[in-house]
Design a protein around this ligand. Structure first.
Ligand code: ATP
Ligand code: MG
Length: 419
C-alpha cells in the first residue's frame, strides 16, 4: 500500500489525557480514533492488526472443532428474563425501548442467544457436543472507560460456546480450550498467567482468566514467582497473600501484580439450560439438561495489550504475527526520479513475492519525518532506498527493535528478510 493515500496521517502530539502507551501510539499512528469515552473507530492500520489477531484466534478455534457463526446484537427483553439476567446484569447491559414501548438489550454477551438456538435445533445426544463461536461487538455500560482501547463501552469479542451431554465432557473440553488459548496468546506474543477467578454475572463457579502482567492493568493477581509453577489467583478469590509460600509448588514465594485480563473461560454447567429448557434425550431415552460453557477473548483489548508490551519511547514495535505490514519501504528524496523508480521497482517485486509492504512514496515529507513515522507505526522491517544506500550497492535494512542497519543488494533482500 502507498503511504501517500493511507488514511489518516500520523500526528506528533499525544492525545489529551492519554495515560497509557496504547492510547498514545495507536491514536498518533492512526490505528484508532475516539468518538466518545469508551467508543473507538478502528482505522485501516488498526483493522489490519485486528484482522491478524482474529485470524490467529480463528485458526485455533477451528482446530478444536469450532464452527463460526454470527448472532444478532439487538435482543428482546424476554430472553434475558428467562435467566433473570435482565435484572441481575442491569448495571452492565444497555437496555432500551422502541417507539412502541418494546424493550431490548444491546448484546453484552450471548449465552442466552446461543441457548435459544440450542433448544430449537438440538434434541438428542447424537447432536452433541456442539462448539460455535463468533467475532462480534459487545456493548457494556462501563463506569470508567479508560486505558485507551483496553476498556471500551463497545468492543470486539471472540466468544465461543460449547454444549455437552455431561459434566465430564464439558470439563474435558474446558481444558482443551485452555490449551488453545495458551497457543493463541503465545502466537500473539503475550505471556499470560492462567488465573483462577470469580464468575461475575455469568456463574457462581470459579473461572479462569488469562492475565498479562502490566502496570496499566486494572486487575490485581497473586502469582507464584516461579514461572514454571504457574499458580495464579485473582485478588477477588485469592486465598494467598504476597510474600507467602506458594500453595502449589510449596517452595517459591507469592508475588502481587497488576494485570490486564485478555481472556476468560467459564464452565457454566446446567444453570442456563435448566432455566431456558434446553434438554436432550440420552441413549436410554432420559431427558437431561445440556452442559454448557462459554469462552471469551477481546481482540481490541488484545491489540492494546500488545502495544503495552511492545513499544519504546518512539512508538510501537509490532511482533511479526500481528503487524499491519511486514515491510516498511521508505524512499528518501522521492522527488528524484532515480529514487522513485528504484523504490517502485522494489515495491512491485516484494508485493509479487506476497510480502505485505507499506511504501512511503510521499514526496513532500522530510527524511526525518519518514523515519519518525516508521518508528511510530512500528512495522518490524524497515527498508530504505536513498542516494546513500544506492551508492553502497543496494537498500538499507533495519529491524524496528534493533539499532544497527545493514546494506543489502536488492537481489539479496528477500533472502535476507527470510533470515
Ligand atoms: P473486565 O473485568 O476487564 O471488565 P470482564 O471480566 O467483564 O472484563 P469478560 O466478560 O470475561 O470480561 O469478557 C471476555 C473478554 O472480553 C475479556 O477477557 C476481555 O478480553 C474482553 N473485554 C471485556 N470487557 C471489555 C471492555 N470493556 N473493553 C474491551 N475488551 C473487553
Ligand atoms: Mg472476565
Amino acid at each position: 500500500m502507498r503511504q501517500s493515500v493511507l488514511f489518516p496521517k500520523t500526528v506528533k502530539e499525544d492525545p489529551k489525557d492519554a495515560q497509557s502507551a496504547n492510547h498514545k501510539f495507536l491514536v498518533r499512528g492512526g490505528f484508532i480514533d475516539q468518538l466518545m469515552s469508551g467508543s473507538w473507530s478502528i482505522l485501516p492500520l488498526g483493522q489490519r492488526v485486528i484482522g491478524k489477531i482474529n485470524q490467529i484466534i480463528r485458526e485455533e478455534m477451528n482446530a478444536i472443532g469450532g464452527q463460526e457463526l454470527s448472532l444478532p446484537l439487538l435482543h428482546p427483553k424476554e430472553i434475558w428474563n428467562e435467566t433473570e439476567r435482565w435484572d441481575a446484569a442491569r448495571e452492565v447491559m444497555y437496555q432500551l425501548s422502541d417507539a412502541r414501548g418494546r424493550e431490548y438489550a444491546l448484546s453484552f454477551t450471548h449465552e442466552e442467544i446461543v441457548m435459544d438456538l440450542i433448544r430449537k435445533k438440538i434434541s438428542s445426544y447424537k447432536d452433541l457436543p456442539l462448539y460455535v463461536y463468533q467475532f462480534s461487538t459487545k456493548f457494556r455500560n462501563e463506569p470508567r472507560a479508560t486505558g485507551g482501547i483496553l476498556r471500551g463501552r463497545e468492543f470486539l469479542m471472540k466468544d465461543l460456546y460449547s454444549a455437552h451431554v455431561s459434566e465430564a465432557d464439558l470439563m474435558a473440553y474446558y481444558e482443551t480450550v485452555k490449551e488453545a488459548y495458551l497457543k493463541i496468546f503465545n502466537r500473539l506474543g503475550l505471556k499470560v498467567l492462567v488465573t483462577e477467578a470469580a464468575g461475575g454475572v455469568f456463574t457462581k463457579a470459579h473461572t479462569h482468566e488469562f492475565q498479562v502482567l502490566s502496570p496499566v492493568g486494572e486487575d490485581t493477581v497473586f502469582y507464584c514467582e516461579n514461572k514454571n509453577c504457574g499458580f495464579s489467583q485473582n485478588k477477588e478469590v485469592a486465598v494467598v497473600a504476597a510474600g507467602g509460600r506458594c500453595p502449589t509448588c510449596q517452595s517459591s514465594l507469592i508475588k502481587e501484580g497488576r494485570a490486564i485480563e485478555v481472556g476468560n473461560i467459564f464452565p457454566l454447567g446446567t444453570m442456563y439450560s435448566e432455566k431456558m429448557q434446553a434438554f436432550f434425550t440420552d441413549k436410554n431415552g432420559a431427558r437431561k439438561p445440556i452442559w454448557f460453557g462459554s469462552y471469551g477473548i477481546g481482540p481490541t483489548r488484545v491489540m492494546g495489550t500488545i502495544v503495552e508490551e511492545y513499544h519504546d519511547e518512539k512508538g510501537i514495535i509490532w511482533p511479526e504475527a500481528v503487524s499491519p505490514f511486514n515491510i516498511h519501504l521508505l524512499g528518501i528524496k522521492n522527488q528524484e526520479s532515480r529514487i522513485m523508480e528504484k523504490t517502485e521497482e522494489l515495491y512491485e517485486k516484494l508485493t509479487k513475492a506476497r510480502e505485505e509492504v507499506l511504501w512511503d512514496d510521499r514526496e513532500d515529507v522530510s527524511a526525518g519525518q519518514k523515519f519518525a513515522d516508521s518508528d511510530l507505526i512500528g512495522i518490524p522491517w524497515r527498508v530504505v532506498i536513498s542516494e546513500k544506500s544506492l551508492a553502497g550497492g543496494g537498500v538499507e535494512v533495519k529491524k524496528r527493535n534493533q539499532a544497527e542497519s545493514k546494506i543489502v543488494s536488492q537481489d539479496q533482500l528477500l533472502n535476507f528478510l527470510l533470515r
